[in-house]
Design a protein around this ligand. Structure first.
Ligand SMILES: [Zn+2]
Length: 164
């Protein structure tokens, strides 16, 4: 049994969705190779960073990706397998790429409650107070807006501060 830690760049862009791994992004691999009767059992984890855009508001985002993988690389002629040991080597590229690409979300978001884009202006909505200020007030309650709980206290407090 052998264990390897490898840092390798992606040979090309991986993934076609809103999030992908850019070409040259570093893949941090922890790989364990175990000799079994039929071949070599490969297992491990890969850490990298996916970049792309939020599916709702289209802002640029990046997201950490960590996936596990495991596959038996069969010795040639042993049994039908998607992966073979070739010239005493195992080629992990397809295995790692598929594990990563399948883990990428179809609808990535910049934050779980991303409000998205304004349907009228196309501007990115934010959680600022603008939203609440623009909310129309029910006219039956509008008159109450001039009364706030602090008004009375403020009027009583004001003369005192002037005298002192
Ligand atoms: Zn967003």
């Amino acid at each position: 049994m052998r264990e390897h830690s490898l840092d390798l760049p992606t040979p090309e862009k991986w993934g076609e969705g809103l999030l992908s791994i850019p070409e040259g992004e570093i893949l941090e691999l922890e790989v364990r190779l175990e000799s079994v009767h039929e071949g070599i059992l490969v297992s491990g984890t890969v850490d990298t960073t996916a970049t792309g855009v939020c599916g709702r508001c289209l802002i640029d985002i990046d997201e950490p990706v960590e996936v596990e993988f495991q596959e038996l690389f069969a010795y040639p002629g042993m049994e039908a397998s998607d992966f073979d040991v070739q010239d005493d080597h195992v080629d992990l590229e397809n295995l790692v790429r598929d594990a990563i690409v399948l883990s990428l979300p179809f609808q990535p978001v910049c934050q779980p409650d991303c409000p998205g884009l304004d349907p009228n202006t196309g501007e990115r909505l934010t959680k600022s107070t603008d939203d609440t200020e623009q909310t129309p007030v029910d006219t039956r309650w509008a008159a109450l807006q001039q009364y706030t709980p602090d008004d009375g206290d403020a009027l009583r407090a004001a003369p005192k501060t002037e005298k002192s």
